[in-house]
Design a protein around this ligand. Sequence first.
Ligand SMILES: Cc1cc2nc3c(=O)[nH]c(=O)nc-3n(C[C@H](O)[C@H](O)[C@H](O)COP(=O)(O)OP(=O)(O)OC[C@H]3O[C@@H](n4cnc5c(N)ncnc54)[C@H](O)[C@@H]3O)c2cc1C
Length: 391
Amino acid sequence: MELRFGEKEEKLRQEVRAFLKEQLGEPRHRGFASVSSDEEFELARKFNQELAKRGWIAPAWPKEYGGLGASIFEQMVFNEEFGYWGAPDTGTRGFGVGMIGPTLIIHGTEEQKKKYLPKITSGEHIWCQGYSEPGAGSDLASLQTRAVREGDYYVINGQKIWTSGGHRANQMFALVRTDPDAPKHRGITFLIIDDIKNTPGITIRPLINMANRHHFNEVFFEDVRVPVSNRVGEENRGWYVGMTLLDFERSGIGTTAAQRRTLEVLADWLRGAHPDIRRRHRLKLADFVIANNVGRFLGYRIGWLQSQGRVPNYEASVVKIFQSELGQRIYNWAVNMLGLAGQLMPEEPRAPLYGDMPENYLESVPSTIYSGTNEIQRNIIAIRGLGLPRG
Ligand SMILES: Cc1cc2nc3c(=O)[nH]c(=O)nc-3n(C[C@H](O)[C@H](O)[C@H](O)COP(=O)(O)OP(=O)(O)OC[C@H]3O[C@@H](n4cnc5c(N)ncnc54)[C@H](O)[C@@H]3O)c2cc1C
């Protein structure tokens, strides 16, 4: 057994690091904090354009779809370095490369691949995900947003909620109900809604989160017309298309790398802190470094499974639970360690460590909810990983 990246990957890592240093300066230890202000979004857009010039938006995709045909381990190098340096994203890489792109590669028609994949790899299309509804989250198959076929169009009425980046996106992929009489998983269709800002009948309303950031939205549909050619997979079989996509969403390792950077920053801070504070916290920091390494190797296992052509299943749930709960513990501890001033947010110039710790703490809270709550992930481990019966 040999547990290390090869020469080719390490060479690539140096190249990626040099690029990130040139583009972003020092690593930003952003952790969970997402792009929210106009300024950050513009930075993310420009950054993605630079990536696009190098074919680095979706390196692992086949060359015919605008990628580099990079191996899964090379892709991991990109993800790890991007996470470590806090590389910003608009929704092109997260939702585009991480979710809709792979789904189209598996389930899309040739026309759909030709139409959408190049606009992801160029950074032009910024995607959002229209799955959740007020009455459908963990029990997603209960979704009620209705799409009725009228000739060559579907006409959509209903509401989505918690739509991350919906106010910035120009494209949405969504699950809609096309057969209300069928068993609930069998009446759902997967649709792409183009140019959501200019399509009549779509209203996007902001939801402000507990970090006081505009991250997600409610999206309302009133007689929104979507061409039938925008359907991915068969009518009423969208549940299975949508689930392929969720498997991709859970396999990243960037979060562990971002947490590693945070721990380095906190170690630096502790080095300069009063000896009493240092003595009180140093062993806890050592605990977090151990846990972070565990997270890193759990992430590598996902990459290894993918390199063997296998789709990670309960193993991805293990990673999701571990990373999200570890992140909450790290940032909670960091805020407490920094004392009263540790509660100051980035807007406050006197905030220690740029106010990143309280912001990341607040943004880490929902990480145990999104991408499938941690209770649901534990159910998956119990059923699929341990073979226990449901309930
Ligand atoms: C920051 C953030 C960003 C998001 N972005 C998006 C997005 O871009 N697009 C999108 O479509 N959605 C998005 N979501 C929505 C997210 O997918 C849902 O919040 C999530 O699926 C949970 O659904 P819910 O909020 O309706 O909670 P519920 O499903 O109502 O769950 C409430 C509680 O009950 C527990 N629970 C429910 N069912 C079970 C069960 N069977 N066994 C054990 N416990 C259970 C849950 O774990 C949870 O603790 C986002 C959410 C957050 C917080």
